[in-house]
Design a protein around this ligand. Structure first.
Ligand SMILES: [Zn+2]
Ligand SMILES: [Zn+2]
Length: 657
């Protein structure tokens, strides 16, 4: 079994892992990864005999290498694959019948060779099967005379072995997936939801997929909720956009929803319309212009679809510093996510109201690997540049270096398109080699889900002092900052939490991002329960300004909600390095999206201050009398609804001279 269909988000269940619902957030018992060491087993070793860190996935890594190095018959992945009776747009989760034909290529398929029908392996397409007409996913397969097909299903796929005689060039095998209304489509919407065919032409067990899938449009389900987002900061008198999006139950957008939403501002000093009517062609989207007249904190409550919702807080003050909201780790259908890049950008801007976003598809993971398909990588680069609108929307080039031994890092290029540096390329298959290849560029690598999830970061290999100013601590996988907080990442490894690494002297700013695969950047919590956002304190919406803010660690993290968190230490912003010695007064101002349970000050050794909340606003001060070299200070916000925010730390150094 050498075509790997795994997901960064899934519990690594092995090749062809089931399309179990990755986004449910449910705490299902997770089987150990294939080859994961049994408790008490000797520490696994990598090539070169390096001792691997806890949580490494040597078996997954080995399978990827074997698959890459397998010799392929010239007919593997050959032939063509076409839809012959495809339905129009289908609502998520609905019954579907798809008829598609495989046409054998110039070398045909030997007796003993196989074809494998593979719906997008994630999100709940019915697994195809060729045995039981009344069961979900029943697929009828028709072949020319003299061919006997032997079906076998498992892992969300249906393989048929060719028998009787060889399939000659140009001969056709026809698949009717969902014969008898038994199959259901994906639960996440995309205009190109894909059905793939794998071809093992000689029957040696090594196969490749035909490069182009058959695809259909899957659209949102019935309207179930509204998402309403305001900017977090504005000056009095400034016109601010309120973004409204009517979504289905799991956050799919762009459905048809004619109707009226009513808007109730928290104060009459926030002027704007009291309602907005959406037409059938508005795709459930609207932007309303509002004007806050005087300084203060404002929200708007929106009713009309599902339970009423209240926006994130808008803080209005003269000279206020903007907060740019970013999702710097998004997957698309180019690797193992949902949607093409244009769909993802549209959701990022028009639904999630993001200011900054990066599609960071996997280097070597999914149905077609970017490191083996330069055209896909070029398509992504083009889509990133098309989406960039300086001062309005910052799209960033990048990819994920998906290393199953040392941990996952995504690379962001701020100076234009850059090379795809594969975690399976011997030249860039260690963190050190990756960093060496990034030298001289406006580029960052960002360790993510560091404490666990798909694979933790192997911190013993260090972080790069320049290229890695920040770590992603919150995403759809849960939070990796501290085991004492809610929403801890699954499969956590003691010692790998960001709090533990900061205590050991590592200098990292803190961000969140979704690592979402469902086509809903910025809002992975709608379907997955957990989210992540990067609050970027940059004065301009440009790639350069965002890069400078990240380099200076002028950022903070949340697990999804747009909590406003302003912290200063001796008047300096988080991320700063300050001289040790003199007293360090600390101010924290929090405007929550829900009642605040507590705000904590973390210093050397752990929590050194805590303030209980009495509502959604909190202002508090602390003072460190005489911070010593190596001390640090950062602020955590814990809301009663599980919403979390973390400032980046301030670090103390020996005083000058
Ligand atoms: Zn990852
Ligand atoms: Zn990822």
């Amino acid at each position: 079994m050498l075509l790997l269909i795994l997901s960064c988000t899934a519990a690594p269940g092995g090749p062809g892992s089931s399309n179990a619902d990755r986004a449910s957030g449910a705490r299902e018992p997770r089987a150990p990864a294939p080859g994961a060491p049994a408790p008490g087993a000797p520490t696994p070793r990598a090539a070169g005999d390096a001792v691997l860190g806890p949580g490494a996935r040597p078996q997954t890594h080995r399978e990827m290498v074997l698959d890459r190095d397998a010799s392929r018959h010239p007919g593997d992945g050959g032939g063509s694959w076409r839809g012959v009776a495809l339905p129009g747009p289908v609502e998520v989760g609905s019954p579907v019948q798809l008829v598609a034909e495989y046409v054998a290529g110039p070398v045909g398929i030997d007796e003993g060779g196989a074809l494998t029908l593979i719906p997008s392996p994630f999100w709940g397409w019915s697994p195809p099967q060729g045995h039981t007409p009344d069961e979900p996913g029943f697929t009828v397969i028709e072949a020319p005379d003299g061919i006997v097909l032997q079906p076998r299903s498992g892992g969300g796929q249906l393989s048929v072995t060719v028998g009787g005689r060889a399939l000659a060039p140009g001969e056709i095998v026809r698949f009717t997936y969902g014969s008898g209304d038994t199959a259901r489509v994906d639960r996440f919407a995309s205009r190109a939801a894909a059905l793939w065919i794998g071809v093992d032409a000689d029957g040696d067990g090594v196969r490749s997929v035909v490069p182009e899938p058959v695809s259909i449009e899957v659209v949102a389900g019935p309207a179930a909720q509204v998402v309403a987002i305001l900017p977090s900061a504005a000056a009095p008198g400034e016109v601010v956009p309120l973004r409204l999006a009517v979504l289905d139950a799991v956050g799919n957008a762009f459905g048809r929803w004619p109707g009226t939403l009513t808007l109730q501002a928290s104060s009459p000093r926030l002027s704007g319309p009291a309602q907005i009517t959406l037409g059938p062609d508005d795709e459930g989207l609207a932007t309303v212009q509002l004007v806050p007249e005087v300084p203060g904190v404002y929200t708007v409550t929106v009713a009309g679809v599902g339970p009423p919702v209240t926006t994130n807080p808008l803080v209005v003050r003269d000279g206020i510093e903007p907060i740019l909201w970013g999702d710097l780790q998004i997957h698309s259908g180019l690797s193992d996510g949902t949607g093409d890049p244009a769909e993802v950008w549209r959701y990022a801007r028009e639904v999630a109201a993001l200011d900054v976003a990066a599609i960071t598809d996997h280097d070597h993971w999914g149905m077609r690997f970017l490191d083996a398909h330069p055209r896909l990588w070029a398509d992504l680069d083009r889509a990133v540049d098309e989406a960039y609108e300086p001062q309005r929307f910052v799209s960033i080039h990048g990819f994920e270096h998906t290393h199953w031994l040392y941990g996952h890092r995504h690379v962001l290029y701020f100076d234009g398109p850059g090379p795809l540096l594969s975690s399976l390329d011997p030249a860039t298959d260690t963190p050190e080699e990756l960093w060496a290849a990034l030298q001289g560029r406006m580029a960052l690598s960002v360790p993510h889900h560091p404490a666990g999830g798909p694979v933790p970061i192997d911190w013993r290999r260090g972080t790069h002092p320049v290229l890695e100013p920040v770590v992603e601590i919150a995403s759809v996988h849960g939070q990796s900052e501290d085991p004492s907080l809610p929403g801890v990442i699954y499969d956590a490894v003691p010692g790998a939490f960001a709090s533990e690494q900061l205590q050991q002297g590592r200098r990292l700013g803190l961000i969140g991002s979704t690592d979402g695969h469902d086509g809903h950047p910025g809002l992975s919590q709608l379907a997955g329960g957990h989210g992540g956002l990067a609050a970027i304190l940059a004065p301009q919406r440009t790639r350069g300004a965002v890069y400078q803010a990240l380099m200076a660690r002028r950022v903070y993290a949340t697990n999804g909600p747009r909590i406003v968190l302003r912290v200063s230490v001796r008047g300096a912003p988080p991320g700063s390095v300050l001289p040790a010695g003199p007293p360090a007064p600390i101010e924290a101002r929090v405007v929550g999206t829900a009642p605040i349970e507590r705000v904590e000050l973390v210093g050397r050794g752990g929590v050194i201050g805590s303030q209980v909340g009495t509502g959604s606003l909190l202002f508090t001060t602390w003072e460190l009398d005489a911070p010593a070299p190596g001390d640090l200070a950062y602020v955590r916000v814990v809301q009663v609804d599980g919403g979390l925010a973390w400032s980046s730390p301030v670090f103390f150094d020996p005083p000058e001279g």
